[in-house]
Design a protein around this ligand. Structure first.
Ligand SMILES: Cc1cc2nc3c(=O)[nH]c(=O)nc-3n(C[C@H](O)[C@H](O)[C@H](O)COP(=O)(O)OP(=O)(O)OC[C@H]3O[C@@H](n4cnc5c(N)ncnc54)[C@H](O)[C@@H]3O)c2cc1C
Length: 407
């Protein structure tokens, strides 16, 4: 049952039982992307509604969330990522009832294909762990089975792969809209065009959040600033290893040669993957961008021949498709060194909470991250899953997550 924030034990309310001298919120969230919006809704639905979301952009979806292609999977290499996905999937299945918007979860499958036996062995090790955590539906596939699952693939050179039919697709902007609108209905205030310029820290706590319009008081502050999270943490004197990484997506003109529910198909060693969305094919290849400014999202045309060469190699029917240059997009992943989210209080500033560094998985994990963050803020610790492996201090302690990821 949702409880009233005033009864909650561990959130130190900004101004308990008295009038605040300045405008003050129990929780101020910096960043109104899908993660900030999810945190806002999960707080509000539990009765903590004196919440302010500040976003620098003129409207919702201008950060990474708006660029995301909308993949969802439980096939991860590490236990914490699988657990985050399982919790998120449970919540996506209830999303329309709870939040009032269709999150677009469509289990069309994820098919990982490999050229080397060593890569296959690593994927199968990961699959054994996924099975142990309850992803029973994931299975190893031979080259022949891969061809049955996705007949468009040129299988020469492949040795096999793994597949799960419950992985698939989600709609990032719809999830963002759902959480933002539902949180606002519960009383959360969203302000766009409101860049946070500074955080005022006293005695190891953030007490004020400064924008161009002035300062607001805060009982707790959540850093949900996506690729810009390092800059926001630095405002409180906290150094976090979260950095931007440009990722580009090529879209074809409408193309009828591949089915809409084709599994997302990943050629692991080639670092190339593709899916179909709204009748167009989305092509992704992980390059190492050579940009002077790591926040630069200008689209690099030199990348296009490289991604299309991979598309033609692995999916020959795509030689008939044309790239729609105007529809191509570039955005930023928010990377961490071990490619796992940093989740929890910032080292040294007890009421500054981090939900940063999801490393390209932030939309699919956002339902879980919002719930876990609300538990941490309102109850003092997360109860829905073990978040210890995700603690922000793990890098300073020399204990990053070691399991490999394949995408
Ligand atoms: C090409 C691409 C494809 C992707 N595909 C997938 C996918 O298939 N599945 C998946 O799960 N994830 C995917 N991702 C990753 C996903 O988009 C991110 O993990 C997720 O959107 C992170 O959400 P967020 O809310 O933390 O960040 P954002 O959506 O970036 O939101 C952060 C917000 O903080 C605001 N902000 C920043 N600084 C300040 C400040 N000082 N003051 C106020 N506001 C501030 C920004 O304006 C922004 O709106 C993809 C990303 C890209 C780029």
């Amino acid at each position: 049952m949702p409880r009233n924030a005033a009864e909650l034990p561990s959130v130190r309310l900004a101004c308990p039982g008295e009038r605040c001298a300045v405008e003050t919120y129990d929780v101020v969230i910096v960043g109104g992307g899908v993660i900030g919006a999810s945190v806002a809704w999960h707080l509000a639905v539990r009765g903590c509604t004196r919440v302010l979301v500040l976003d620098a952009a003129p409207g919702p979806g201008e950060g990474s969330t708006g660029a995301a292609t909308g993949g969802f999977r439980c096939q991860f290499g590490s236990e914490p990522n699988v657990r985050l996905s399982l919790l998120a999937r449970e919540k996506l299945l209830r999303f329309a009832d709870e939040v009032g918007v269709d999150p677009g979860y469509r289990p069309c499958g994820y098919l990982f294909l490999v050229e080397r036996q060593a890569t296959l062995a690593a994927l199968l090790d990961a699959q054994a762990m996924q099975h142990a955590l309850g992803v029973a539906e994931a299975w190893p596939v031979t080259v022949e089975e891969a061809l049955e699952i996705n007949p468009a693939v040129a299988v020469e050179g492949l040795v096999g792969g793994v597949y799960s039919p419950t992985d698939g697709f989600i709609r990032p902007r719809e999830i963002l809209r759902g959480y933002s609108e539902a949180a606002a209905r519960l009383g959360v205030r969203f302000e766009y065009g409101a860049a946070v310029r500074g955080l005022r820290v006293q005695d190891g706590r953030v007490v004020g959040v400064r924008t161009d319009a002035g300062e607001v008081g805060a009982g707790a502050v959540v850093n949900a600033a996506g690729p810009w999270a390092g800059k926001v943490a630095a405002m409180a004197g906290v150094d976090i290893p979260v950095y931007p990484l440009r990722r580009q997506v090529a879209l074809t003109e409408p193309f009828a040669g591949l089915p809409e529910c084709m599994p997302l198909t990943i050629f692991v060693e080639a670092e190339f993957h593709l899916r179909v969305r709204d009748g167009r094919v989305l092509l992704l290849w992980s390059d190492q961008p050579n940009t002077a400014d790591p926040f630069d999202v200008a689209f690099d045309d030199g990348w296009l021949p490289q991604v299309t060469a991979r598309a033609h190699r692995w999916i020959p029917s795509l030689r008939q498709a044309t790239v729609d240059r105007a529809a191509c997009v570039a955005g930023l992943y928010e990377m961490s060194p071990d490619r796992h989210v940093l989740l929890g209080p910032a080292p040294g500033v007890e009421n500054l909470y981090l939900a940063n560094g999801s490393s390209g998985h932030g939309v699919m994990h956002s339902p879980a991250l919002g719930q876990l963050m609300a538990e941490m803020i309102l109850d003092g610790s997360a109860s829905s899953m073990d978040v210890h492996p995700l603690r922000p201090s793990r890098f300073a302690e020399g204990q990053p997550n070691a399991a490999p990821e394949f995408l």
